[in-house]
Design a protein around this ligand. Structure first.
Ligand code: C2E
Ligand code: CA
Ligand code: CA
Ligand code: CA
Length: 277
């Protein structure tokens, strides 16, 4: 292979070589970080227009011993290239269930949304795994929401729908994440057992000043209304966006304007502080 690779080695830019090594080491490090305190779940709440918190999304954080806090955008794609995403995903769902129980114990029930990647969803044992976690934790499935992207629907649509139906039978609800950025056909929407759509931040960012972006958001809202789906806007950063989105009929808002992602303890403190006022 060494001889044959002579030309190929010349072909490799040193920077590409670095990237490959970088990915491999990140993958190894992530495998070791799983199950340690390096990985932690933050949660970002979602609110009604009256400011009532109705749910929260679980977002993973990795405090790397050398690199510092890493954004999931830096390591989820790496995990998705291997079975690591399934191990990470199982942990994520377990954490989601534990958060549900804690919220219940604190007498502040709300929905908990967990990101489920396509590769994880298509794993043979996925439904069994979810059922097992629900049984073991005793978490109320009716408060659990799975966020999936349109990428899930590219192939094996019948299998995907059958699987979603099974999970819906357990009580779980489904949300389409980053809605509008992926798959172009909307025909699938009628066939899926969905609860909600999440409008991607790239559209929310355009409201209310940009005409095109605003028109897209309004179309998504009327589509959702006709299909009887809830709508969450993500990445809400300004009061103008918030006013526009609620007046346009958005059900829930999520974003830095309302609250950033934070550890469970901080969220509980915030809730208590709000009630004390
Ligand atoms: P996402 O599902 O679209 O999550 C929303 C992202 O927007 C989060 O980034 C959140 O911190 C960020 N965000 C929230 N509000 C605002 C805002 O007002 N302005 C801006 N600019 N950003 C806001 P984060 O936590 O870095 O996560 C990035 C992506 O990584 C997520 O995008 C999700 O696709 C993925 N991800 C995160 N946690 C998990 C996980 O546990 N499992 C899987 N499979 N994917 C995850
Ligand atoms: Ca999400
Ligand atoms: Ca999203
Ligand atoms: Ca997004």
């Amino acid at each position: 292979a060494k001889h044959a690779g002579r030309n190929r080695i010349a072909f490799f830019e040193p920077s590409m070589q670095m990237q490959v090594e970088e990915r491999l080491s990140l993958e190894n490090e992530l495998a070791h970080a799983l199950g340690t305190s390096q990985l932690e779940m933050y949660l970002q709440p979602q609110f009604t227009m009256h400011g009532r918190p109705v749910g929260c999304e679980m977002l993973v954080r990795w405090t790397h011993p050398v690199r510092g806090i890493l954004s999931p955008a830096a390591f989820i794609p790496v995990a998705e290239e291997s079975d690591l995403i399934c191990r990470l995903g199982e942990w994520t769902i377990r954490e989601g269930c534990q958060t549900l129980l804690r919220l219940h114990t604190e007498e502040r029930p709300m929905t908990v949304s967990v990101n489920v990647s396509p590769r994880q969803f298509h794993e043979t044992e996925f439904v069994e795994m979810v059922g097992k976690i629900l049984r073991e934790t005793g978490a109320p499935a009716s408060q659990l929401i799975f966020e999936v992207t349109e990428g899930l629907l590219i192939d094996r649509l019948d299998q995907t729908i059958a699987r979603m139906d099974e999970l819906v039978d357990m009580g779980i609800r489904f949300s389409i994440d980053d809605f509008g950025t992926g798959y172009s056909s909307l025909a699938y929407l009628r066939r899926l057992p969905l609860y909600e759509l999440k409008i991607d931040r790239s559209f929310v960012r355009c409201t209310p000043d940009d005409q095109g972006g605003t028109a897209i958001v309004q179309s998504i809202l009327s589509l959702a209304k006709n299909l009887n789906l809830k709508v969450v806007a993500e990445g809400v950063e300004t009061p103008e966006q918030s006013r526009f989105l609620y007046s346009a009929g958005c059900d829930f808002l999520q974003g830095y304007l309302l609250a950033p992602p934070m550890p469970f303890k901080s969220w509980l403190q915030k809730l208590k502080a709000k009630e004390g006022m």
